[in-house]
Design a protein around this ligand. Sequence first.
Ligand SMILES: Cc1cc2nc3c(=O)[nH]c(=O)nc-3n(C[C@H](O)[C@H](O)[C@H](O)COP(=O)(O)O)c2cc1C
Length: 174
Amino acid sequence: MNTLEAIAKRVSVRKYKSEQISEEALEKIIKAGCAAPMAMARYDSLHITVVQNEDVMKQIMDATAVFVTKAFGEGKSMDFGEKTLIIVSSTPAIVAGMEYANVGCVLENMLLAATDLGIANIIWGACAIAVDQNEELKKMLGIPEGFKPLLCASFGYAEKEEPAKTHNIAVTRV
Ligand SMILES: Cc1cc2nc3c(=O)[nH]c(=O)nc-3n(C[C@H](O)[C@H](O)[C@H](O)COP(=O)(O)O)c2cc1C
């Protein structure tokens, strides 16, 4: 698959099969994330946490469910049944907001690499917020002192193939 095909094919998947992704695929996804551009090349301002342990995953999803219910009300589940979850945390950026841009670059690289490998994915925020609000979970996950979980992404095999979407963003050409 070439790069433009992967970009066009990427789609958010919210229901996963129980099959785990291979170690080899995981390593390629992490490597793609580490190849991302980064403000002032401050690669040490980010931390990547890979979660595959079922008990820990359940604790994260339970905390996420509590957060999602508080934020959006009953009936909105964000437990997608994924077997691999990657959380990206950052220290505060020198220029406010850059940390989110950095994390977005890392995760989008991971998503495109996963799509190229035939691995379904989604980038999302709720789970990172839930982890950030739970000191016990942060400690259990080994998120270093001073780092804040900002976004996460799920990876696995889609329960159902999702068709590619077309999105539009307003463009002004001058
Ligand atoms: C920063 C960010 C946060 C997101 N947070 C969530 C989320 O909490 N829950 C969710 O289901 N999807 C989340 N998404 C996925 C978006 O809903 C999705 O990308 C958007 O609807 C476009 O659809 P597509 O990814 O299938 O093209 C998030 C995406 C981004 C980039």
